[in-house]
Design a protein around this ligand. Structure first.
Ligand code: ATP
Ligand code: MG
Length: 278
């Protein structure tokens, strides 16, 4: 790839984005002198990783029916993936497998790095479940603590870990609260007394404190009023700059501006790639 003068970085990145979406070569100016402008075809690509599900089938132990049937998907880092489909088709089951709550009956889930040329570099790595966050449907129903601080720090090491670990966790807490716009809320407040939208922000913060690379969200807008829904959509749009998001939702219209890739789950756990909703 040719060098990119600083003044043209914005234009070039816009073209890169387009190329990636269209997966087509394009004409790129490589010589920026006033008199001689040379255009050559390039396929712009850069190093990145993808989270990949390969031919995953799942049959719960002791049952005879597959809930998921040869499911495959690939989602690039810092992208927003949307899965939708009829109730009972297997969407939540798939998220649970990705989160590592249960093991696929067959197939694999891993992370693959790709080089500048778009080819895989190195062998696929197992998805580290410590780097995967999961925001359940109606997460506020699972709040257990009496105040916001205890809710976020629930499960943190109490005795073990020196001041360095505590400092790290405090920094992560601050970062997570800033990301979801919770800075300023009283830490001694009862989580159940928060508004619907703020409860959802708190549920997101609880996951973000773990610094996940991949965040799974099951119906993140369900049960919220229009204002809180708009707030959560905005928040997810900001989070996309930092991590990969895979969301199950029926709310296609509201989420459509965020979606990079989408899939429809059909009854019987069959996943089909479909164009992002408009
Ligand atoms: N452990 C299990 N054993 C047997 N069947 C199960 C188990 N878990 C889920 N199911 C069934 O698997 C199917 C898929 O469930 P799942 O919750 O994944 O669907 P969903 O697409 O998320 O639906 P919804 O949109 O209603 O949330 C359902 O028919 C459900 O009853
Ligand atoms: Mg579900």
């Amino acid at each position: 790839m040719g060098s990119t003068p600083v003044g043209h970085q914005l234009a070039v990145s816009a073209v890169s984005w387009q190329t990636e979406k269209m997966t087509m070569p394009f004409l790129r100016r490589t010589n920026f002198s006033a008199n001689t402008r040379t255009y050559v075809a390039h396929r712009v690509c850069c190093e990145h990783s993808c989270f990949e599900v390969n031919d995953v089938a799942y049959r719960p132990p002791g049952t005879k029916v597959n809930l998921l049937d040869d499911v495959s998907l690939s989602l690039r880092e810092k992208r927003f993936g949307l899965i939708y489909g009829r109730s009972g088709s297997g969407k939540t089951t798939l998220l649970q497998l990705i989160a590592g709550f249960s093991k696929p009956t067959s197939g694999s889930i891993h992370v693959q790095r790709y080089g500048d040329d778009g080819h895989p570099t190195g062998s696929p790595k197992n998805l580290d479940s410590n780097k995967v966050g999961f925001v359940f449907q109606f997460p506020e129903r699972y709040f257990v603590a009496e105040n916001v601080l205890d809710e976020v720090t629930f499960g943190w090491p109490r005795q073990r870990g020196g001041s360095q670990l505590k400092e790290l966790l405090a920094l992560r807490l601050q970062k997570a609260f800033t990301s979801v716009g919770l800075i300023g809320i009283p830490l001694d407040q009862d989580p159940q007394s928060l508004s619907g939208g703020y409860k959802r922000r708190l549920a997101l913060a609880i996951q973000l404190v773990q610094s996940p690379d991949l965040l799974l969200l099951d119906e993140p807008l369900a049960g919220l009023d229009w204002k809180a829904r708009a707030d959560v959509v905005k928040l997810l749009n900001n989070l996309k700059k930092e991590l990969t998001l895979l969301t199950v939702s029926h709310d296609l219209k509201e989420l459509s501006p965020l979606v990079d890739q989408s899939w429809r789950m059909e009854m019987g756990g069959i996943l089909k790639a479909v164009p992002p909703p408009v």
